[in-house]
Design a protein around this ligand. Structure first.
Ligand SMILES: C[S@@+](CC[C@H](N)C(=O)[O-])C[C@H]1O[C@@H](n2cnc3c(N)ncnc32)[C@H](O)[C@@H]1O
Length: 250
């Protein structure tokens, strides 16, 4: 699944599936109102918030935001201003709707990982939660992040990296993630890439649990189970990473 149209369908199916949302929320230990379409856990979110280092009124760009769940939660915690960007127009509609339901002020717009559509230096902090693996080419996406971040702004990425980039059992796009090398190459400073085995324990339990649910004719659960089979087959070939960096001062 790589195109905006694929994700549009995926998000449209998800609306009809309270079962999928309940499972994600419970297994990842998320706050009750947070609509995730990723695998960032509740404690992982705490680490992301700390790394973003946001002050009230500062602008957070949630890139590849999906339904906007994590960004909206961070507005609640920090009082930041949120701009969410995703290439799925359906996800962006759902994010706007969710912000209205939660009475949280936020902007959401369609844009891509390599063409965000915002002016230079317009964000104080930027996060990409579980979507950097989709970026093509990776260095173009990081250059675009650097462009929209103000000098000194914080970048936080959660994603997966292959243990062996030559292992064709993993998708090429994931094998091309190497943030310890790519973030400095894109000009970022203070680069730290940390392995998160504790997030993986929860991720594995989540995929296993998803296979125990009766999917019936729920397309979101069927798609989750197909993904669970693919992921569990190659589970030990990748590692989970949290990457943090700072946009250079000039
Ligand atoms: C696993 S979901 C994560 C969504 C959200 N960050 C979250 O954590 O709930 C991946 C997201 O990446 C978006 N995406 C994938 N490729 C993209 C691209 N090239 N440009 C913008 N968004 C993209 C998808 O539409 C999807 O919303």
């Amino acid at each position: 699944m790589t195109s905006a149209e694929d994700f549009d369908r995926w998000y449209a199916d998800r609306v009809e599936s309270p079962v999928a949302d309940e499972l994600v929320s419970r297994m990842l230990g998320l706050p009750p109102d947070l609509q995730s379409t990723s695998l960032l856990t509740g404690t992982g979110l705490d680490e992301v918030v700390a790394a973003l280092n946001l002050r009230e009124g500062q602008v957070l760009l949630d890139l590849a935001c999906g339904r906007g769940g994590y960004g909206l939660e961070i507005v609640r915690r920090t009082g930041c201003r949120l701009i969410g960007v995703d290439f799925s127009a359906v996800a962006i509609d759902q994010a706007r709707h969710r912000a209205t339901e939660l009475a949280i002020e936020a902007e959401f717009q369609v844009g891509g990982l390599t063409d965000i559509g915002l002016p230079a230096a317009s964000a104080d902090a930027l996060m990409i939660i579980d979507a950097f693996q989709f970026a093509k080419p990776k260095l173009d996406a990081l250059a675009e992040c650097r462009r929209v971040l103000r000098p000194g702004g914080r970048l936080v990425i959660t994603t997966w990296e292959a243990l062996d980039a030559a292992d064709e059992r993993l998708p090429l796009s994931m094998r091309q993630v190497d943030l310890a090398q790519q973030l400095p190459a894109a000009g970022f400073a203070d680069v730290e890439v940390t392995s998160k085995p504790e997030w993986r324990v929860i991720e594995k339990a989540f995929w296993q649990q998803s296979l125990a649910v009766d999917a019936g004719d729920d397309p979101a659960m069927q798609s989750m189970q197909a993904e669970a089979r693919r992921v569990l087959e190659a589970f030990d070939l990748r590692r989970r990473v949290l990457a943090t960096a700072t946009a250079p001062l000039q």
